[in-house]
Design a binder for this molecule. Structure first.
Ligand code: 13P
Length: 253
């Protein structure tokens, strides 16, 4: 069986400022130094990519963005291409976050195009999937996650998944303080891994599947202890140095 290293990625969403970012990043670097077996990343708003690059290059902390255009270039006002993210040495880019699916009309086909654009440029996409509360209550969680996952598998092929990260983020747990229980999260993570295993066992065994949704310092360890949870995608708690550092440490096996 492949041993998967853990990844803890912060999703700053639309938060930050030059001064506070500097303090936060410096604290994260200092607080996680020596944590070799855990991969750490921060996904920052576009305007701060240059600052992230400046402060994080030559450290153990990776950086990335939260969205990407599926176009390479052209008259697309307000969009940012994958090549531009590569210019700032991003390693990761989040695609298909539920906030983008819900508020910016990104459907699974759009997300697949973004996944493709990211990978073609050499970025590692972090593909977000997850159900709403209404969907969970109607017992269609697996169908919803399967549809989101299959759209990418069908358009990109299973091998593309090998060079990506999946994040299971139940919408009802995002920003609500209501975390999925470790067992609830594990169930969906196992479902995702099994679905990928049906195409390719090796890809399934090596793929990192992160959990996201109200991960905090006080619940991270229990979540990360589950067999199919390979780290976390952290929103609110990634903006607080001590919280984020503790979460990174919790990912140490
Ligand atoms: P919170 O950790 O704030 O719930 O956000 C999770 C998330 O959406 C990460 O992408």
């Amino acid at each position: 069986m492949a041993t998967r290293s853990k990844l803890v990625a912060g999703n700053w969403k639309m938060h930050g400022g030059l001064m506070q970012n500097q303090d936060l990043l410096k604290e994260i670097i200092a607080g996680t130094v020596g944590l070799r077996e855990v991969h750490i990343a921060v996904c920052v708003p576009y305007p701060y990519l240059s600052q992230a690059q400046l402060l994080l290059q030559d450290t153990h902390v990776y950086w990335g963005a939260q969205n990407v255009s599926y176009y390479a270039q052209g008259a697309y006002t307000g969009e940012v291409s994958a090549a531009m993210l590569v210019d700032f040495r991003c390693r990761y880019v989040i695609v298909g976050h539920s906030e983008r699916r819900a508020s910016y009309g990104e459907d699974s086909a759009t997300v697949a195009l973004k996944f493709n654009a990211a990978q073609a440029a050499g970025l590692t996409p972090i593909l977000c999937v997850g159900e709403t509360l209404a969907q969970r209550e109607s017992a269609v969680t697996e169908q919803v996650v399967a549809e989101q996952l299959d759209a990418v598998i069908e358009s990109e092929g299973i091998n593309a998944l090998a060079k990506s990260v999946i994040a299971y983020e139940p919408v009802w747990a995002i920003g609500t303080g209501k975390t999925a229980t470790p067992a609830q999260a594990q169930d969906v993570h196992a479902f995702i891994r099994d679905r990928i295993a049906a195409h390719d066992l090796e890809v399934a065994a090596s793929l990192k599947i992160l959990y996201g949704g109200s991960v905090k310092a006080n619940n991270a360890q229990e979540l990360f202890g589950m067999p199919d949870i390979d780290g976390g995608l952290i929103g609110g708690a990634s903006l607080i140095a001590n919280e984020f550092i503790t979460i990174c440490r919790a990912a140490k096996n």
